[in-house]
Design a protein around this ligand. Structure first.
Ligand SMILES: *[C@@H]1O[C@H](CO)[C@@H](O)[C@H](O)[C@H]1NC(C)=O
Length: 431
């Protein structure tokens, strides 16, 4: 099928980021001070604070409390995120803990009835629930308000802003405007950021594809590009989709300019470049149609095995999750498990479930079931760290512009109203 997953307009509409960065840092300091002053769960011991049930208690760029309320201990999920989890008997401990401490809750603590996709993900032990964000959304206030609600989203991915055509449109000339604007939103909100992407055959400027470079030259161009981009965002990115869409449907390697010129070793070379530029970011290989088991997923399994065998830096497999209502594979959990068994983490990185238009109540009900099943598959496997939807509202979906007559793939409609799919996600995490 004609597949070009992430093409969108690439308007540049943000002012230079240096002023914004300063502004964001000042705001961060102010909000930190506010946070420290209003911390929930102040314990009886003066001056000692603890995070509440399921609260964050450590990790890079975390300046809050590092201890947990009674009955909870601080668990390290990864260097970025430590969470207060029940010591034992989750239900009873949680109840006694909340009932004895309700009075000390501050207004900044989500009330016990708060709901949200990120809260649901967190309760299922996931690191984040996130959304892609493209630069046109940055000036849409109602859109940004929902995107910035951390009960809903604790992670962002720039839909286009860190792709090669955006970051190095001509050789050696780097532009950071779009990527930095998305980073600024994530920082302001305290959301994790996934970087996307270093080596991909699409949205690649023609100076790369049509340059007729020899092996050595293209290798250094690719390595320099990845080192420069990953280095620019060093320390600020949870994970990078270093390689994107390396496979054909039959599990063989796609014949991209990188593969044809450098050979299959382009993958380990670009992974090493990314690791050198940022030692802490998790390095992923990302692809579509590797949701369920099958030839393409087997290709990915074999690649991860060979990368592990040669000790290349590979930390994760990204399952894009561009799916179709009523056609969601039944083997998603088994597939996540086979990736996890290789010793990598797994994330669903670009989830959307499209339908043929017009929208009907039946299709929306099926879409809800489909979302629930995909989320449940991730919820059931501890190595699946989080789920990102490819934007959260149909208003900004890439689907209608690429698939004729199809659309409505996301949990909020064009008017930012929640659809049944939203409840499907919540139910999937609770299942
Ligand atoms: C490119 O060069 C590397 C060595 O630098 C070599 O291992 C690889 O096989 C070459 N690729 C092709 C397609 O000739």
């Amino acid at each position: 099928m004609p597949y070009n997953p992430e093409i969108k307009s690439t308007n540049i509409l943000e002012p230079p980021s240096s002023i914004k960065t300063l502004e964001v840092m000042l705001k961060l300091i102010v909000s930190l001070a506010t946070l420290l002053a209003t911390l929930p769960f102040a314990t009886a011991t003066a001056g000692v604070y603890a995070s509440g049930p399921w609260g964050q208690c450590g990790g890079k760029i975390w300046f809050g409390p590092k201890t947990c309320a009674v009955g909870y201990h601080c668990k390290e999920w990864n260097p970025w995120y430590y969470q207060c989890v029940p010591v034992a008997h989750p239900t009873s401990t949680h109840q006694s803990s909340t009932s004895t401490r309700t009075s000390s809750r501050s207004s900044t603590t989500p009330s016990p009835t708060s709901t949200g996709l990120a809260l649901s993900a967190k309760a299922a032990g996931k690191l984040y629930f996130g959304s892609a964000l493209d630069n046109p959304g940055l000036t849409d206030e109602p859109y940004l308000a929902i995107l910035s609600d951390k009960n809903q989203f604790t992670q962002l991915t720039p839909a286009n802003g860190m792709k090669w055509e955006s970051t190095e449109p001509s050789r050696g000339v780097y532009t950071w405007t779009q990527g930095d604007a998305v980073l600024a939103v994530a920082k302001k909100n305290g959301q994790l950021l996934r970087g996307h992407t270093c080596a991909w055959h699409s949205q690649l400027p023609s100076w790369v594809t049509a340059g007729n470079f020899d092996n050595a030259t293209l290798t250094s161009i690719m390595v320099d590009h990845c080192k420069t981009v990953v280095g620019h965002y060093k320390g600020q990115i949870y994970s990078w989709d270093v390689v994107n869409e390396a496979f054909n449907e039959d599990g063989t390697f796609r014949e991209t300019v990188f593969y044809n010129t450098i050979g299959p070793s382009y993958i380990s070379k670009v992974l090493h470049a990314a690791r050198e530029a940022d030692h802490h970011a998790k390095l992923y290989i990302n692809d579509y149609n590797i949701d369920g088991t099958g030839a393409k997923s087997t290709g990915m399994v074999n690649l991860i095995k060979s990368l592990k065998a040669e000790r290349a830096p590979i930390d994760g497999v990204g399952i894009q999750g561009h799916l179709i209502v009523g056609q969601v594979p039944t083997t998603i959990q088994a597939n996540i498990e086979q990736f996890a068994a290789l010793g990598v983490e797994v994330a669903i990185t670009e989830l959307d479930i499209r339908m043929e238009l017009p929208v009907t109540p039946e299709k929306l009900a099926q879409q809800k079931e489909d979302y629930k099943n995909v989320i449940k598959a991730c919820a059931n496997v501890p190595a699946c760290v989080g789920v990102t939807i490819w934007d959260y509202t149909d208003k900004y979906s890439w689907v209608p512009s690429v698939f004729d007559g199809e659309g409505a793939p996301l949990p909020w409609d064009e008017n930012l109203v929640k659809k049944p799919a939203y409840d499907g996600i919540v139910e999937g995490f609770a299942a």
